[in-house]
Design a protein around this ligand. Sequence first.
Ligand code: ZN
Ligand code: ZN
Length: 376
Amino acid sequence: MSTTSPLPELVPMDVAGRLGRLRAAFDGAGVDALFVTHLTNIRYLTGFTGSAALLAVTPDRALLVTDGRYAGQAPREVDAAGAPVEVGISAEAQRELVQAVLDGSARIGLEAEHVSWASRDRYASSWFPNADLVATAGLVEELRLAKDAGEIARIRRAGAFADAALAEVRPLLDEGLTERQIGLELDTTMRRLGASDTSFETIVASGSNGALPHARPSDRRIVAGDLVVIDIGALVDGYCSDMTRTVAVGEPSSTQVRMLEVVLAAQAAGVAAVRAGVPAADVDAACRAVIEDAGWGDAFSHGTGHGVGLDIHEARRVGRTSTATLAAGQVVTVEPGVYLPEHGGVRIEDTVVVTEVGAEPLTLTPKLTRVAQEHD
Ligand code: ZN
Ligand code: ZN
């Protein structure tokens, strides 16, 4: 087992500026306060990482309410993040604490995509009976789109952990292990390097399993002639990375070689299309054109990519029907694939930052790798 030296401190994130940007969106959303209940959004706005909290935001106040389990952690994290947020600790009086802050607000926004019907009824009848409740969509998610330097540093480090784990584990692919064993090695290696967790359930899909884009690692043994789709990501300070590589074990067939070449070219075309100001659908079209030209359009059965940040799948979606335009600082994946049950699957995926001039990759593992060659 290799030992790791302490990692350099990560660039701080601009948590302090986020509430101001949220308040600037109130008018457009027709609200004079926002009641934030989605934990990931609360984390984004305050730095609080606990498992239960509410956040009331008015033009001049912000109150985070949580329970006694977080009496020490909540003020400490909010403080460390530099977030201009008051903290209220109570298991029983959460409603009263929130009401006290939102009392003068006539139009209170709720996060419509995250509030259950039952909760909405409860907020209307007993929490805010004198206010109009307004369904808002994506107010905080919109802020989360463009990553600051600190966020990109975290995703970059998460990408580096996945790169290092794959480099370490890849030689095991021709040792007759099962998908599950390889997956476990990848997961523990990322953790040992310093990742707090995986950013999603690792995919190791060999042979015909590889033709299922979201296969789970099984007890199938990896054998010569397999294409092995490995889709992994690490988590660093809440931020995800996402990368897929496909490895040919042993001598690939001519069809498998062609699949690898086509997907490699499609992925490169997609990355080359990424730039601020480009419609996300154009990135999808760039990937798809290469695969369609090869006659495998129907075998590319999913969208080209998705945003990555605090969530492994977040806005912007990069697909055929995407209507949004990419902007600098957004982090998206480019991950075309071809899936043919008789031959297996090939997917190649990078997480990239959108810049004014193109795309900067945050996942750097070399593509098109053959295990057998590397042992020569
Ligand atoms: Zn992935
Ligand atoms: Zn992905």
